[in-house]
Design a protein around this ligand. Sequence first.
Ligand code: PMP
Ligand code: GLN
Length: 455
Amino acid sequence: MLRRAGPSLRHFLLQRNISAGHSSCSREAKMSRPVQARRLEGIDKNIWVEFVKLATTYSKVNLGQGFPDFPAPEFLREALLRALSGGSPMLHQYTRAFGHPPLVKVLAQFFEKLLGRELDPMTNVMVTVGAYQALFCCFQALVDEGDEVIIIEPFFDCYEPMVKMAGGTPVFVPLRPNPPKDGKLMSSADWQLDPAELASKFNERTKAIVLNSPNNPLGKVFSRGELGLIAELCVKHDVLCISDEVYEWLVYDGKQHIRIASLQGMWERTVIIGSAGKTFSATGWKVGWVVGPDRLLQHLRTVHQNSVYHCATIAQEAVAQGFQRELTLYGKPESYFVQLPKELQQKRDWLVQSLDGVGMKPIIPEGTYFLVADISPFKSDVPDVPNSDEPYDSRFAKWMVKNKGLAAIPLSAFYSEAHKNNYTNFIRFCFAKEEATLKAASDILQKWKQEKTSS
Ligand code: PMP
Ligand code: GLN
């Protein structure tokens, strides 16, 4: 019955429109009021959408968007297979809104170890759709119209639009480079906050500061002293800390990742954000989490229950098993959290050498799987366009992917609109790649350099 009623209803409506002189065009023309919510103004462009498309179209070697091209660990893939085929049929259904119980329980156990405090899995942990949704929940739940949020530049790009969508005002404070005088390569540790400048950004409107250590894109791992300075200002001005720690396990040269929440007076005002995507080299799974005091997390739960509600059960189950394994192997050489940074450090060193070899001076990252390099010696191939609104590094990265087949991300993408022209001689490479991929990137750069010297 319904199937027969459908066409006749459509036919009736069509006839009515035609006899009333309506076409679909004239109906569109009547839509004169703005359709876009004001909160979206100025945030429609996205570096990942743009550069993923360029990489898909042109790249032979993709060191742009941050994801490993090697497989996620076998124990994690096996856990997913077990959950899929051998597990309870309920793993295909909804689970608890704020996190699948096995996952929040093991995350609480794990973070109890890391933070040295007791945690309630039901109130101190929430599972999100990747770290992106964790960040979104933080800003929506904690930032009001008129609030200021301090963001340290360069920063993971989504912080700025997310603060704006919440009605807040981003206030930027830069990491400033102090190049070593002895001619050595710069390290991400040479990029530092000016304490007086940082302090000057805090005022009575400041609601939160976003901290990202290890930092994307520089790979900077904030020292205890730097974290202490931030913590002191947070306590003094009663400011919250949104601490994006998605690269917490990717730290090199024996450096230690220090959690700001473990500093005096910080637990009660900090939300820690993590990502299984980075932790287990499975960015497509989109499992993330927040850890923090109930007084903050209760508001994040309100955002979560009224938007996403919950994340894929089966992926949460597999991540829970992954963490269970890591809990048993904690600190042991077989632990993935010990092995992965070891492997990545070798890849980092390899790429550092190869970039240095062609004169694209790298800034040695202390953490993450990103590396920023100076493109100056290659600039003569990509002409500058005077008075262009597009930063030079962005044009350079586009030219490089189109003409050399090598994808990277311009550093200016990690700066606010007002500061996007501050450093335009740098591009970011991702080195979480198979040896063959890194070698192919190096071949492209070497060939390019040879062409330059012989021309
Ligand atoms: N924070 C930082 C610093 C990131 O680099 C990323 C990108 N992976 C995210 C958050 C988002 O993580 P996820 O993929 O888990 O949403
Ligand atoms: N976090 C990843 C990076 O920095 C990519 C994020 C994305 O693709 N949206 O490269």
